[in-house]
Design a protein around this ligand. Sequence first.
Ligand SMILES: [Zn+2]
Length: 343
Amino acid sequence: MKAIKQLILKPLLLPGFPALLKYVQRDCATIFMLHRFNDPQRGVSGCDALHLRRTLAYLASKGYEMVSLMELFDRLGGSGRQARGAVAFTIDDGYVDQATIAAPVFSEFGCPVTTFVSTGFVDGKLWFWWDQVEYIFRHATRKSARLHVGAAELSCQWESDKERDRAQDAFIATCKLVSEANKSEAIARLAQILGVSIPAAPPPHCAPMSWEQVRQCEEMGMTFAPHTVTHPVLSRSGEDMAEREIAESWAHLRSKTRNAVPIFSYPHGELDDFGDREIAILRRLGFLGAVTGEPGYANARSFKGTDEYRFKVQRFGFPDGLPHVIQYVSGIERFKQMFRGNT
Ligand SMILES: [Zn+2]
């Protein structure tokens, strides 16, 4: 760990290098994307509150501007102060640990954070399909399965937990490639084959925050934005469904919160998980833009250069160690990108 830290941070000690980094960062901001937070009581593992606290303390001590996503979009669009090196935090999905573990830490540092919630999940009407798949594999009464996922035939067997996890990952990856209907069928069939009955309500480690907790988080400074109703892969959904998922989650969120943020986060978030159709729907509904799960900086030049970029703004997954956080926010990663010719 020490060696990695030294390797990453050594360039910062070279004369003139910090100034160079500031220069390469002039048009860029870092948006971090978080999901789960360590909560041993509920059996959740994810980002540790201590790591988050240390990171926020570091950023504050080094004078980084920690801005809300809304303010960052304003800056990227050219109004107000520049984006230069600013940092924004986002959280996806609406799990309970995001309210109980993350919100108090962000509040402690007065750091803005925007949480994208799937409204059907917070309503308690569903639990996420990948959590259901994990539940099925963990509670399987046999150690092999053979079934169709859409047109693909999937065959898996396992002895160890590691092999089981690999089978689970392969099943989830295949589910992302098929239609919503085919995915639901495949999950139901998997449960049947493995002798598991899926409970209507999620187990504690997969539970959502409640609307009451959403309001408490708002009091602590967290803002909320839509992430569909049921978290489908939008590009694998019909047009009516895609429109409904976006519009209903936006309307419901606005009725439940004080200051819903008109910025969207695409479920699953890779470039082939959404397309021009979704961008057109978002424009029609008056959204200012959208974020993806594709790794990269939020770039002011691209923001001003094409009208479409604001609906494809990239984020970095929040790294485990502080040295890696520093690599992103200081601009070392940006420098490496430019060096590789990836501007
Ligand atoms: Zn999500």
